[in-house]
Design a protein around this ligand. Structure first.
Ligand code: UP5
Ligand code: MG
Length: 190
């Protein structure tokens, strides 16, 4: 009952806003473990698990995979990491994800890092990425943008009302964005 809860930072922002890129930088400087929900789901497809086909179809349509699937993968990765500081990247994506994670894990995020980026810039980045992601085509990208606006932005607004959102201008260069990120993760002198 007195077990110490891990420190969790949710890293949110639209498709291509730079969540994964900046999480890699944060890991190097601040000792967090990076857990990308999308990467965990893609690994689950590759592993040939029984949920793989369902996950693959949902990602192709830009839809949000049921919470219990994603939460199980996140919990497993948290346990296996041996760490107690996590960047959870790309999750929670809707109100149901958020409520289920809190109910199951009893964890509240320390804060939410929000990468705010114009859609035209995100579209340009995704179309240039060239890493063979099945959702990096213009039809799926449009669907991902729509789901972000309709389902994921309300989660950011929920945490904003609680004073937990740290917003970053993600349209700048990778280096300039990281300068702003560093300020947020650096402990303040009293
Ligand atoms: N790049 C990055 N920063 C840049 C900068 N400042 N200037 C110029 N270029 C920059 O970056 C994208 C590209 O842009 C890269 O080429 C990078 O070099 C460049 P990246 O860091 O990869 O951006 P990121 O925000 O991580 O983009 P990603 O495509 O991963 O975001 P999504 O949120 O769309 O993808 P995710 O993997 O989280 O989810 C994919 C799908 O999985 C979802 O659509 C959904 O179907 C499913 N999913 C769930 O169902 N539930 C979940 O909980 C999570 C995912
Ligand atoms: Mg990513």
């Amino acid at each position: 009952l007195t077990e110490k809860k891990p420190c969790v930072v949710f890293v949110l922002g639209g498709p291509g806003s730079g969540k994964g890129t900046q999480c890699a930088n944060i890991v190097q400087h601040f000792g967090y473990t990076h857990l990308s929900a999308g990467d965990l789901l893609r690994a689950e497809i590759k592993s040939g698990s029984e949920n793989g086909t369902m996950i693959q179809n949902m990602i192709k349509e830009g839809k949000i995979v049921p919470s219990e699937v994603t939460i199980k993968l996140l919990q497993k990765a948290m346990l296996e990491s041996g760490n107690d500081k996590f960047l959870i990247d790309g999750f929670p994506r809707n109100e149901e994800n958020r409520a289920a994670f809190e109910a199951v894990t009893k964890i509240e995020p320390a804060f939410v890092l929000f990468f705010n980026c114009p859609e035209e810039e995100m579209e340009r980045r995704l179309l240039n990425r060239n890493q063979g992601r099945e959702d990096d085509n213009i039809e799926t990208i449009r669907k991902r943008f729509k789901v972000f606006l309709e389902s994921s932005l309300p989660v950011i607004e929920y945490y904003n009302a609680k004073g937990k959102v740290r917003e970053i201008d993600a349209a700048k260069s990778i280096e300039d964005v990281f300068e702003d990120v560093k300020v947020i993760f650096t402990p303040k002198e009293e």
